[in-house]
Write a protein that binds this ligand. Structure first.
Ligand SMILES: NC(=O)c1ccc[n+]([C@@H]2O[C@H](COP(=O)([O-])OP(=O)(O)OC[C@H]3O[C@@H](n4cnc5c(N)ncnc54)[C@H](O)[C@@H]3O)[C@@H](O)[C@H]2O)c1
Length: 359
């Protein structure tokens, strides 16, 4: 079953991406971010909304700006290098806005990759980084492969477990193609990102069985629960042991190790809600082979996958990044849908912090 948890023209308002960028930047600046950091934070949130990742998009400006204003986040912020080698760095996000520290960490990784072929950065003292693959995708314009991950406070049970122990610990991976769309994988290691449960509740649709279970019984949930609590948990990718939940669980712990243990910032169950420890990597393809040859082979692979005969009733076999690239084509042309309640909340927040409401 394809999920019905989506925005449509009756539950959302379309706004041009440029107006969202300006509005969000102004809100971030009004609560103490530098101009550059305000623009970065806005860019990452707008990119998520443009790509159809509405759970991690523009609406988050409300909570993030409140956190900045009340001191939960430190702004203005600094991303500082604690230790480094030619190819690696451990950085502190300075407890600032997570979007900014992950962005700046990926800038460091890309600079190292330009010189040495590889750059890898683990980030501690971090907050929510939003759409994790954004940082991986920063590598694309440099003809590099990017990878990014983040660990979060518990929302997911381990395979066979009856307690939330892991974050939704997502993995992002981006690799450039030539004429085809870039490969762009952006996935929670749970069956779904937790924000989609909240979105389903707000727009009044059931969630597919398998996203989560009651705790401790392990019973099926289709009515979206009202917020996170100890009475339910998301399932690791795979859902049941027979269908591979041990593999989603393993990937989630891998994310915890690279982001939380390697940085020392803490693994999922040591984190408070809203904290994200992260990890990013950039790989310079030209250090391995000619970039045009790489992209031509990527094109061949993607075309072959697209040409796979689909199952009955299915229009087409896709490659990771296709649904979001389609959303991007639509949203850049016709405006970005912002959930009605969240549209009102962004306007209200702009007025509260004393900036012009322009959306
Ligand atoms: N910061 C955090 O704490 C945090 C935690 C979890 C998730 N997230 C974010 O939540 C967002 C949603 O995550 P999700 O796991 O629910 O994503 P999803 O299930 O919507 O998509 C996962 C991936 O599958 C691809 N995909 C979709 N349909 C496909 C098909 N038919 N064939 C091939 N590939 C296909 C998508 O392009 C995407 O790369 C992501 O942006 C993620 O980074 C953030």
């Amino acid at each position: 079953m394809v999920s019905k948890v989506k925005l449509n023209d009756s539950n959302s308002t379309r706004v041009p991406a440029e107006a969202l960028q300006t509005q969000l930047s102004s809100i971030f600046e009004a609560v103490g971010c530098s101009e550059r950091h305000a623009e970065i934070a806005a860019k990452v949130l707008v990119a998520a909304s443009v790509r159809g990742v509405d759970t991690h998009g523009v609406a988050n400006v409300v909570g993030y700006s409140k956190n900045a204003a009340d001191g939960t986040y430190t702004v203005p912020q600094e991303t500082s290098v604690i230790s480094e080698s030619e190819t690696t760095a451990l950085v502190s996000g300075g407890n600032g806005i997570g979007l900014v520290s992950a962005y700046e960490a990926m800038e460091i990784a890309i600079e190292k990759a330009k010189k040495h072929g590889l750059g890898m950065v683990s980030i501690k003292d971090g907050h929510h980084v939003g759409m994790v693959a954004y940082y991986a995708s920063m590598a694309l314009e440099h003809d590099m492969i990017g990878m990014s991950m983040t660990t979060a406070a518990p929302a997911v049970r381990p395979a066979l477990g009856a307690k939330k122990m892991l974050g939704t610990n997502p993995i992002g991976f981006a690799a450039p193609a030539g004429e085809e769309r870039d490969f762009f994988l952006d996935m929670a290691t749970s069956t779904v990102a937790s924000g989609k449960v909240g979105l389903a509740r707000r727009i009044g649709v059931p969630i597919p069985a398998g996203w989560g279970v009651t705790i401790p019984e392990g019973g099926e949930i289709t009515e979206p629960p009202n917020g996170e609590n100890k009475d339910w948990a998301l399932n690791p990718l795979g859902n049941t042991r027979e269908q591979g939940s041990h593999k989603g669980y393993g990937l989630s712990v891998m994310v915890d190790i690279l982001c939380g243990v390697l940085s020392g910032g803490g693994f999922s169950s040591q984190l408070k809600s809203g904290e994200n420890m992260s990890w990013v990597m950039a790989i310079d393809i030209a250090k391995f082979r000619d970039i045009d040859d790489f992209k031509a082979m990527m094109d061949d692979m993607i075309r072959e996958l697209h040409a796979t005969p689909p199952l009955p009733g299915v229009e087409k076999v896709l490659v990771a990044g296709d649904p979001e690239a389609d959303a991007m084509d639509d949203r850049l042309a016709n405006g970005v849908p912002v959930e009605n309640g969240q549209y009102a909340a962004i306007r209200k927040r702009a007025a509260e912090v004393g900036v012009e409401v322009i959306i």
